[in-house]
Design a protein around this ligand. Structure first.
Ligand code: IMO
Ligand code: MG
Length: 420
């Protein structure tokens, strides 16, 4: 019996999951997405080329890999078809490498419109959604009137589609929102025909059957602090981005889970609204944004930037049961005189190391400072060549978090990776 190992983002998304899955995928014959949808933007870089995948798993570029879009995913056929067109340019035949769960829910054109309408209606309280229809699709799923990928093979698919669309039109009217639901419909229906060219699977049987003799890698989207239960609610996404999402999203038992790789950046970023205790509003934040190219892969929005928050990180390491840490982008801090990490919070005059329930609380981060290493880390490929200041810095983190950092990524390319 083989295991399913898991890659999870431990912050607010954009940790570099795409790169790491691409690196690890050389060792796993299958990669599965288990939640989220095209709100994800996973960047990969190799042989001088870069790609962004959104619903396609990041194993797609590895030879002979099988890439599973699991049951917990919300799936937009239009976006998927565009992505397939992109990877086809690399000589990949997507129909040979991607399978899709019949139980994944479909994002309709009206779900996307609803996302925009709800955000507009929320005004100042908006989530800062990527507007890909994620929230409204999960809402319909939980309310038990969603449409699933497997429905496209049933004779009354069109009727089911019309019924859901009619429901959405009524909701638009109640929000006083005008829309043209037919605008994107023909394109969407065409994309549905395209999806019929793929193998549609019973995900739970497929995954469990696979694990009888071959390992698999599960690729998380978003980050644990955007989890619908444990994230900074309500400023979260609508899926389970933490470890439990793997089991429900793919139909596998917890006993089948092996390594849990937790990815974090050496600083923090966030797109969209919501609390961010270590956010920097000064030139240091701007410097991180510029050096780290912290602009959204999907939306192009500038990301909010701040120092690494170990309180929040320890919280997600605990929830996810992380066995191996992967640190990204420390090279972006190469030129800093002083590097700070938040090791506790002051809330109402009390110091705590726990992530609070009320994320609106006034949180003052307490920092531990490190001397910068003033070395270009990007060319380093061996642990022994790392500067002492940097080694001290990562040792501190390992001690604080109680989990080893087994991979250090020092640049976007596949090759810029040190394994320890
Ligand atoms: P990857 O997989 C960063 C954020 C949005 C918004 C909130 C809800 O690339 O790390 P949604 O569209 O899901 O309703 O938006 O979550 N968000 C992400 N932030 N990376 C992502 O994905 C994200 N997916 C959603 O900005 O604040
Ligand atoms: Mg992203």
């Amino acid at each position: 019996m083989s295991k399913i190992d898991v890659v999870l983002g431990l912050q607010w998304g954009d940790e570099g999951k795409g790169k790491i899955v691409d690196v690890l995928a050389g060792r796993y014959p299958a990669v599965a997405r288990f939640q989220g949808g095209p709100n994800a933007g996973h960047s990969l870089q190799f042989d001088g080329k870069s790609f962004v995948v959104r619903s396609i798993p990041s194993g797609i570029f590895r030879e002979g890999s099988v890439n599973i879009i699991g049951s917990g995913v919300v799936f937009d056929p239009t976006v998927f078809r565009e992505e397939c067109a992109n990877v086809s340019k690399m000589g990949i035949v997507p129909q040979e490498k991607i399978v899709i769960s019949k139980k994944a829910h479909l994002i309709l054109p009206t779900h996307r419109l609803m996302d925009a309408a709800l955000e507009t209606a929320a005004g100042k309280g908006k989530i800062g959604s990527t507007l890909k229809g994620i929230g409204p699709t999960y809402t319909d799923k939980v309310a038990r009137h969603g449409l699933r990928v497997g429905d496209i093979l049933t004779p009354d698919f069109k009727d089911k589609f019309e019924a859901l669309k009619a429901r959405h039109i009524r909701e638009f009217a109640s929000l006083g929102f005008e829309c043209n639901p037919e605008e994107k419909e023909a394109e969407w229906m065409d994309a549905i025909e395209f999806v019929k060219g793929f193998k549609l699977i019973d995900c739970e049987y497929f995954v469990n059957g696979w694990l009888e003799d071959k390992p698999m890698l599960a690729e998380g989207a978003q980050g644990s602090l955007l989890d619908v239960d444990y994230g900074s609610y309500p400023f979260v996404t609508s899926s389970s981005t933490t470890i439990g999402g793997v089991c429900t999203g793919l139909g596998v038992a917890p006993s089948k889970v092996g390594h849990v790789y937790g990815i974090f950046k050496a600083y923090c970023t966030r797109v969209g609204s919501g609390p961010f205790p270590t956010e920097l509003f000064d030139e240091t934040g701007e410097k991180i944004r510029q050096i780290g190219h912290e602009f959204g892969a999907v939306t192009g929005r500038p990301r909010r930037c701040g120092w690494l928050d170990l309180v929040a990180l320890k919280y997600t390491v605990m929830i996810d049961g992380v066995t191996d840490l992967i640190m990204m982008k420390a090279d972006c801090l190469d030129s800093f005189e002083t590097i700070k990490v938040c090791t506790s919070y002051m809330i109402d005059g009390k110091e705590t190391k726990e992530f609070p329930f009320d994320t609106r609380a006034e949180i003052t981060p307490v920092y531990t400072e490190f001397k910068g290493w003033h070395t270009d880390l990007t060319g380093i490929r061996k642990e022994k060549d790392l500067p002492k200041e940097f080694k001290d810095y990562i040792k501190f983190m390992e001690d604080y978090l109680g989990v080893p950092i087994t991979i250090i990524s020092l640049g976007p390319d596949r090759e810029a990776t040190i394994e320890r």
